[in-house]
Ligand binder design. Structure first.
Ligand SMILES: Cc1ncc(COP(=O)(O)O)c(C=O)c1O
Length: 443
């Protein structure tokens, strides 16, 4: 326990407008996290909790990794910042070369961003600009999926499919549309691993092709496993069908791997785990183990070459961020990759999958549990909503879990799980044991 921070409780809570929070309630009974190490968080009361969420699906190598911290400190000693606009520092190139070796061919080029939202907006813009370069400027429609989450930039929000996020902000981007969601088929409840039913839902893209015309569609973006919507797994064969349809119609396929990237599914990427390679892949979060904000958009050789294949001098893509390829983020990312590689963390969720699924599915018969979804080191325990009060049962159970020593995140009435990949079998058992007790206690 890190005692030195334990009296560090702020006296003014008004200045910070908290993201995605019910901050009036939070501020009535605030909880302050003051330190973290390995699998555990410690709050200002000295209470320790097992981290069931890897922060926000991002601290894949566990907390307080000395090697990453040292790399960050070392980088700050030599080069704190240099931009990459018609300029360069070696680390960004070295890091990019190393990163692309971890993602499937032909995704051999990476555009650096600072977050998942920026990665998504970058990917959508690359798709639009690619078609224009290809002489197909009419391909302007961007297709997402109901219940999808692609961050909070205007592009990502427009292709996203969560009504609460979209509603406050009006019309959003014109020219977007959404495939039907894949969640909720009765035959998929309590499935062990990927749901068996629903591959045909990929044909919903065909419906949109028939509605808009294939030559009006630039790209389709999906999360290979939906995360922030409540952990929605792809039906067996669904992603393959989507790939085939995109090929048939000249539509670019974008996988949003902001959550699934960097080991979550038992391979570096879900594309690798599922054997379906998109044209563009967005990442962030686990890329630096969440120590320094960073994201990366991986693109295929064909897309990259389309931009480079020109005699016109100057900027090939008028897009970028001040901090694209920030040297400190690159240093953090390099050190994070060292850990992933040396500790074999990308393979670990596959090795732990049986233990994970056994422990999760053991909760199936508890009162009010209406679904359990589990794959690799991702999961959701879905509870029946209280009559007339959706989300309250989920929130109450999550609160009780916290008191009992496990920090799990409620999304609606689902408790979603994505622990650091360093989790032990005993810690897996412990997290589900706590959830089970909390469900029974709250009722
Ligand atoms: C699939 C997906 N895309 C994009 C984002 C947005 O990432 P950020 O919050 O870093 O902007 C998230 C965040 O959870 C995500 O889950």
């Amino acid at each position: 326990m890190n005692l030195k921070h334990h009296n560090l409780v702020p006296d003014n809570l008004d200045a910070f407008w908290m993201p995605f929070s019910g901050q009036r309630q939070f501020k009535e009974d605030p909880r302050f996290i003051v330190s973290a190490k390995g699998m555990y968080y410690t709050d200002s009361q000295g209470h320790e909790t097992l981290d069931g969420s890897a922060g926000l699906w991002c601290v894949n190598a566990g907390h307080h990794r000395e090697h990453i911290n040292a790399a960050i400190a070392h980088q700050l000693e030599s080069l704190d910042f240099a931009h990459s606009f018609n300029s360069g520092h070696p680390l960004a190139f070295q890091y990019a070369s190393r990163l692309v070796k971890h993602v499937p061919d032909p995704l051999n080029h990476v555009f650096f961003t600072n977050s998942g939202s920026e990665s998504v907006d970058t990917a959508l813009k690359i798709a639009l600009a690619y078609h224009r370069r290809n002489g197909e400027a009419g391909r302007q429609r961007l297709i997402g999926r109901e219940k999808g989450y692609h961050g909070m930039g205007f592009g990502g929000l427009s292709v996203g499919g969560l009504v609460k996020n979209r509603n406050p902000f009006g019309l959003l981007l014109p020219g977007t549309d959404h495939m039907r969601q894949t969640h909720g088929l009765a035959g998929n409840r309590f499935a062990r691993g990927l749901p068996p039913e629903g591959a045909e839902l990929a044909m919903d893209l065909q419906r949109l092709v028939e509605l808009h015309g294939a030559d009006a569609i630039a790209a389709v973006i999906v999360e290979p496993i939906g995360g922030a919507g409540g952990v929605h797994l792809p039906p067996v064969g669904y992603l393959q069908r989507l790939r085939e349809l995109c090929d048939e119609h000249g539509i670019l396929l974008i996988f949003d791997e902001v959550i699934t990237g960097f080991g979550r599914t038992g391979a570096c990427t879900a594309a690798e785990r599922f054997g379906v390679v998109p044209d563009i892949m967005t990442t962030a979060k686990g890329i630096t183990n969440a120590t320094i904000p960073m994201g990366g958009v991986f693109v295929s050789d064909a897309i990259f070459e389309r931009f480079m294949d020109t005699d016109v001098p100057g900027v090939e893509l008028s897009h970028g961020y001040t901090y694209s390829g920030h040297p400190v983020a690159c240093a953090a990312g390099m050190a994070t990759l060292d850990i992933y590689e040396q500790e074999g963390l990308f393979e670990r969720p596959k090795a732990l999958q049986d233990t994970w699924q056994d422990a999760a599915l053991r909760l199936s018969d508890l009162p009010n549990v209406i679904d359990v979804r589990c794959f690799a080191l991702l999961g959701a325990i879905e509870l029946a909503p209280l009559d007339g009060a959706p989300m309250q049962r989920g929130a109450a159970v999550a609160k009780r879990c916290y008191e009992k020593g496990a920090w799990v995140r409620p999304i609606g009435d689902s408790l979603v799980l994505s622990p650091p990949l360093i989790i032990s079998e005993a810690e897996i058992e412990r997290i589900f044991e706590i959830i089970g007790e909390a469900i029974c206690e709250i009722g």
